[in-house]
Write a protein that binds this ligand. Sequence first.
Ligand SMILES: O=C(O)CCC(=O)C(=O)O
Ligand SMILES: [Fe+2]
Length: 211
Amino acid sequence: MKPFQHETLPGMQYYAHFVTAAQQQHLLHHINSHPAAWKRLNNRTLQNWGGLPHIKGMLQTPLPPFLLPLVTQLTDARVFATPPNHVLINRYLPGQGIHPHVDGPAYKPVAAIISLQAPILMHFYHTTQHGAVGQRAASMLLHPRSLLVLSQHVYHHMFHAIAETTVDHIDQLVLNATPDQIATTIPRQERTSLTVRTSCRTIPNMLGRKR
Ligand SMILES: O=C(O)CCC(=O)C(=O)O
Ligand SMILES: [Fe+2]
C-alpha cells in the first residue's frame, strides 16, 4: 500500500483507494440496515460499534460481523499493530459537520478514517500555547473509498474538523488538491465515514453479573 506523494502533516497518511467499489456498497448496505443504531446529534448522525468509550474504560461489545473484514484489512496493512476494537460511523448531510476536536486519550493514538459516498473537506488546526484551536494548518479532501490515518503529531497536537457548510472551498491549504481544483468549490452531498480506533482501557462486558 503506497501513501499519496503530496506534502503531508507529520503522522498523517492518505490512501486514495483503500476500499473497492464493491466493499463500499457492502458497507453502506449493512450500515443502512441498522436504522435503530443511528443516534442523531445536532450536526450529524452516528452509529457506535464496539462499546461506549470512556476515559475510565470501555464496556466492550463485539464488533458486528460486517465490520470484521475492514478490521482485518487495516491490521494486514499495518495501520494497526493489533486488531482495533471500536468503529464510529458518522453520516453528514449537506450543512452538517464536526467541530474542531482532538480524538484524545480514550483511544490509542491511531485513528483510521474510511470515507464513503461523496467527498468532504477535513481541516487541521494548530494548537495554541493554551491548548485551544489555533490557525488552520492544512486541509485534506477525503474522497469516497479513501483511508486517512491520523497518528503521532497530528493525533496528539492538532485539531481536526469538518465545517458545517453546504459547499467546500478548495484553497492552497488543501494538500491533495490538483492544481486545477484550487479556487473551486465542491457542493456537499451525503457522506458517511467509519472512524476505526482502539479503545485504551476495556472492561469485558459483565452485564448481569453482580458488582
Ligand atoms: O467523519 C470524519 O471523517 C471524522 C470523524 C471524526 O473526527 C471522529 O469520529 O473523531
Ligand atoms: Fe476525530
